[in-house]
Ligand binder design. Structure first.
Ligand code: GRF
Length: 193
């Protein structure tokens, strides 16, 4: 079994969809750990409900990003984590984790990258008036929402759609696309070993 750690900072609907996919046997992996940088994030509740350990840290208690990433790295090693899955983790991954998990950190972003990287991608796309947007899953590198693309799925933006409609459509896609894409990545990784 491949061991995963999910990093999240917010509501955690993607975290939940991954946990559900594991519980249903659609995603053949163990989610060993949730890494969270926000003590009030709802994702922590979700992890507790599923009995998944949480590593909660407060970035402001560390002098540097390298310092808290060293500690995260220790946790990942303790749990024998093979693959890091970002699901709404609102920080850039630094050199410490990138070096230790080269090509083994994956992110989901709610736009068709390279369009609309960064914060509030759905709002950016909506304001731009695009007729098509979507979801991207990609390997993480040092940039903001850059790195090789693994999968994308598009969604039509209808004339009558509000930003909330678009958000709902995108989330629906995310909750299917992330588990199925991760399962594919895991199959490729295990074939290589
Ligand atoms: C998702 O839209 C994801 O694409 C982005 O952050 C959001 C997280 O939502 N990176 P949730 O916390 O999983 O509900």
């Amino acid at each position: 079994m491949m061991n995963l750690a999910v990093f999240a900072s917010g509501s955690g609907s993607n975290f939940e969809s991954l946990v559900n996919a594991v519980e249903k046997g659609q995603l053949k992996a163990d989610i060993k750990l949730l890494v969270c940088d926000k003590k009030d994030a709802y994702v922590i509740e979700r992890a507790k409900n599923h009995g998944i350990p949480v590593f909660l840290f407060q970035p402001k208690n560390y002098p540097t990003k390298a310092a808290f990433e060293e500690e995260i790295l220790c946790e990942l090693q303790n749990w024998n984590v093979d693959l890091v899955v970002l699901a709404g983790y609102m920080r850039l991954i630094g050199p410490t984790l990138l070096a230790a998990f080269e090509h083994r950190i994956i992110n989901i972003h709610p736009s068709l990258l390279p369009a609309f990287p960064g914060l509030d991608a759905i709002g950016q796309a909506f304001e731009a008036g695009v007729k098509v947007s979507g979801v991207t899953i990609h390997y993480v590198d040092a940039g903001m929402d850059t790195g090789p693309i693994i999968a994308q799925e598009s969604v039509k933006v209808e004339e009558s759609d509000t930003k909330e409609d678009l958000q709902r459509k995108i989330q629906q896609i995310e909750h299917d696309l992330y588990p199925t894409t991760l399962q594919r990545v895991i199959e490729q990784m295990t074939r290589r070993v």
